[in-house]
Design a protein around this ligand. Structure first.
Ligand SMILES: Nc1ncnc2c1ncn2[C@@H]1O[C@H](COP(=O)(O)OP(=O)(O)OP(=O)(O)O)[C@@H](O)[C@H]1O
Ligand SMILES: [Mg+2]
Length: 456
């Protein structure tokens, strides 16, 4: 049996067509789950420390340089060789410990107690230790050190295995084949090479997760297949999928008895998380001194970029906020506490989501400072979304200029298509088309299920 898998930046889902109907895989009560994994850190065994030859040589070197230091400063209290050696062993042991922790973090073994979705976030916030990996899809196209790449393959593999096992159990079959969605353009720091790397990582991850047959299909093409299956009348449709990480478009002739005909696809590596980042920087980070202190601007970006494990670690480990004036210094130090950048990023996203249907949002930030809160109003969000909407409108403009006849229908899917300002921007570019709202969460996965059926 072959299933469709939408491995999304923000949410993932899976489905298969059974007896002519799309059946989605349940994850708990839900038909999708947040693409987030929590795995408790494997705690290194400190009793295992033993000086090997290399470490012994390091100890010797440290003792020698401490002794030389002493003889250069004869005024200072002299310390015995025994004391110097004890300090040197302590320093070497500390380095060893750091290595152990690093290795434990990277090791696949610690992935075995993984928790997924919203529960992952909850577990992390309750436990207060371990690793929370959010939106790993955003990292696939970035320059990765070999051990980080290995970890990402492991994490993507665990997510795909989680999907495979749930699907196998619910469909009563050993699922080993899948059509995986892919954006037209991955988020990447290396141009097209980033996209190639992303596919490679996904292929390796899928193999590790027990899939022995994997195909890829562009996400908006999948959404077009889904829309085709629901359309009785033949028409020319522009399918627009606005997700968390990317915005993807396909022009296709769909509906009726003939098979769908794809005429072209376009995409940009921008989505809902870019609106979140802009909103965080404009309305939340000023509470932490952005614009009012000498803290470099990139520190605030690091704090807000929760999917980037490396940047998060840089922010959390930095010892630089003690001298930042009140109230900003103490707030920054509180933001460094485990889980607080995650809490803040959830608050920012929740504000964005709420402002799709309300005029104001109030976020309580007591975990930073008792009584602290932030109000966000509709115009604040409008300003924060401007950058993203600019890129989206530019893309839609290019599409409009490249196609030889305008679409009769614009079919919208993806979580960001729930936002009225996104729908308005799309309608502005195609004023004569009928706007059809597809299921924002399941548009892509339904189409992937049809593709899986056809590719069986
Ligand atoms: N009501 C809403 N208003 C505004 N944004 C929303 C709303 N609901 C969800 N979103 C946003 O939609 C995005 C998630 O959309 P979706 O689930 O389609 O993404 P994805 O498929 O995981 O990502 P991608 O396809 O880019 O890899 C998130 O940024 C989320 O905050
Ligand atoms: Mg998507």
């Amino acid at each position: 049996m072959k299933i469709g898998i939408d491995f999304g930046t923000s949410y993932s889902a899976a489905a298969a067509v059974i007896d002519g109907e799309v059946r989605t895989v349940r994850f708990g009560q839900e038909r999708q789950f947040r693409t987030t994994v929590y795995f408790p850190e494997a705690v290194p065994d400190l009793d295992k420390f033993e000086l090997d030859d290399a470490m012994e040589a390091e100890v010797e070197a440290l003792v020698r340089s401490a002794r030389a230091e002493q003889s250069r400063n004869p005024g200072q209290a002299r310390r015995s060789d025994l004391e110097l050696r004890r300090d040197a062993v302590r320093a070497v042991r500390r380095q060893w410990l750091e290595r152990q922790v690093r290795e434990a973090r990277a090791s696949a073994a610690s992935l075995q107690n993984a928790v997924y979705g919203e529960e992952a976030v909850e577990a992390y916030l309750i436990e207060g230790f371990g690793n929370l990996v959010q939106s790993p899809k955003s990292m696939l196209g970035y320059q990765l050190a070999p051990h980080v790449r290995q970890t990402i393959v492991g994490i993507a593999g665990y997510i795909l295995e989680h999907i495979r096992l749930n699907a196998s159990q619910q469909f009563g079959a050993n699922v080993r084949a899948a059509v995986l969605g892919r954006p037209v353009q991955f988020r990447s720091s290396m141009g097209a090479a980033g996209g190639d790397q992303a596919l490679e990582i996904l292929r390796e991850a899928a193999a590790g997760a027990g899939f022995d047959d994997v195909d890829f299909l562009e996400e908006p093409v999948a959404a077009a297949l889904g829309h085709h299956a629901q359309s009785a009348q033949r028409h020319r449709a522009l399918v627009v999928d606005i997700g968390g990480g990317t915005s993807d478009i396909t022009l296709a002739e769909v509906g009726g008895a003939q098979p769908p005909r794809v005429l072209g696809s376009w995409g940009i590596a921008r989505g809902g998380v870019d609106v979140d980042l802009a909103l965080s920087l404009s309305r939340f980070m000023p509470l932490f001194g952005k614009g009012a202190t000498r803290v470099p601007a990139h520190h605030f970006v690091e704090a807000a970029t929760v999917h980037d494990v490396i940047r998060q670690r840089d922010f959390q480990r930095r010892d630089a906020y003690r001298d930042v004036p009140d109230p900003f210094g103490p707030r920054l130090i509180a933001l460094q506490d485990t889980g607080n950048t995650t809490r803040l990023s959830r608050a920012v996203e929740a504000a964005k989501v709420e402002l799709s249907s309300r005029e104001r949002n109030r976020a309580a930030l007591d975990y930073i400072e008792t009584g602290l809160f932030q109000e966000v109003l509709a115009p604040d969000l409008a300003a924060a979304a401007e950058g993203f909407l600019g890129f989206l409108s530019e893309l839609l403009g290019e599409v409009s200029a490249q196609i030889d006849a305008p679409p009769q229908v614009v079919f919208l899917t993806g979580g960001m298509s729930r936002a009225p300002y996104v729908r308005a921007a799309v309608q502005r570019c195609f004023p004569d088309a009928q706007l059809v709202a597809g299921d924002p969460s399941l548009g892509v996965v339904s189409g992937l299920a049809f593709a899986a059926l056809a590719g069986r």
